[in-house]
Ligand binder design. Structure first.
Ligand code: UDP
Length: 325
């Protein structure tokens, strides 16, 4: 297949592109480099620097299917700058869907998010739970999911949305490398590497076993597997929605402890106030994806996730470290 990966210069997109290439598919990457890195686009992929609004049609030439990862994805920012999120996520995706319709490309896998569910009534979160996003980011991804459903019903699109929370680790030489980093595992590892002074633990009085927040950390390689499986099994007229997770929750404190073990560094940590909008525990149920997609996460040990992320951090040049804010 020839696959267009939007956002293929970003974290999840670059890993999906590399995975597709490793399986013998052809890859076109469309990315405006607003948050992605040119260096992250895998060798062998055709790269188009451009945006979904203006350049989708050109990027779709000769393409059979689309993995759509391009998005604004910071929860806090989405609340402060909603216009950027409605434009950058919803309006842009509608342009992509229209370009696909014109080009007769109807197979799409969409990187959605478990933030579409909002504050869960219970965990693990299953697909039948209510979707009540608590921030603009989740609301925009839900709106896109709904648009995709209607494109499947009316226009015969074949689609899968994958909803996941905390992705981490590295795969095929691609990992997390953001100028502005807010995610726990890369931040803790940057402390271990001496690029930051300490990690701040956002609250230790949550209703969890050790008082710090619990999340499930899915390995980005497992996530890429799910994207490819979905692409290969999409059916016309059907929009499947699957939650993905590693199956097990780890607390912030446990993550820091595993990072200390894996890196052999002390990793200073200090207590900070709770971060606005954080739920105590988020764990996704992947049962439906396992049953219907045949997806099974292979790298469920937190140690593996952390060790792969640590190796990737070590592979980055000085320029990446000095560009960080
Ligand atoms: N977290 C933390 N310190 C940090 C960054 C994150 O304690 O510097 C916590 C955060 O409150 C959450 C967990 O780590 O409970 C995972 O946060 P992350 O931003 O990685 O992902 P999120 O769960 O927000 O999608």
């Amino acid at each position: 297949m020839r696959v267009l990966v939007t956002g293929g210069a970003g974290y999840v997109g670059s890993v999906c592109a590399a995975e597709l290439l490793s399986l013998g598919h052809e890859v076109v990457v469309l990315d405006d480099l607003s948050t992605g890195n040119r260096d992250a686009v895998p060798e062998g992929a055709r790269f188009i620097e451009g945006n979904l609004l203006d350049d989708s049609a050109a990027a779709l030439e000769g393409v059979d299917a689309v993995i759509h990862c391009a998005a604004r994805s910071l929860v806090g920012e989405s609340v402060e700058q909603p216009a950027e999120y409605w434009q950058g996520n919803v309006v842009s995706t509608l342009a992509l869907l229209e370009a696909m319709r014109s080009a007769g490309v109807r197979n799409i896998v969409f990187s959605s998010t478990a933030a579409t569910y909002g504050e869960p009534e219970q965990v693990p979160i299953t697909e039948d739970m209510p979707t009540r996003p608590t921030n603009t980011y989740g609301a925009t991804k839900l709106a896109i999911d709904q648009a995709i459903t209607s494109y499947c019903v009316a226009y015969g699109f074949a689609a899968t949305s994958l909803r996941y929370f905390n992705v981490a680790g590295a795969h095929l030489g691609h990992g997390e490398n953001r100028v502005v980093e807010t995610h726990l595992i890369p931040l803790v590892l940057q402390v271990a590497a001496g690029h930051r002074e300490e990690i701040k633990v956002f609250g230790d009085n949550w209703p969890t076993p050790d008082g710090t927040c619990v999340r499930d950390y899915i390995h980005v390689g497992d996530l890429a597997d799910a994207h490819v499986l979905a692409l290969e099994s999409n059916e016309p007229g059907v929009h499947r929605i699957f939650n993905l997770g590693s199956g097990e929750g780890f607390s912030v404190q446990e993550v820091i402890d595993v990072c200390r073990e894996v890196t052999g560094h002390e990793i200073p940590a200090s207590l900070a106030p709770r971060r606005a909008g954080d739920p105590a525990t988020l764990i996704a149920s992947s049962a439906l994806a396992e049953n219907e997609l045949g997806w099974k996460p292979k790298r469920t040990e937190l140690r593996t996730v952390v060790a792969d992320a640590w190796d990737f951090l070590g592979s980055l040049g000085d320029a990446a470290h000095s560009a960080r804010r």
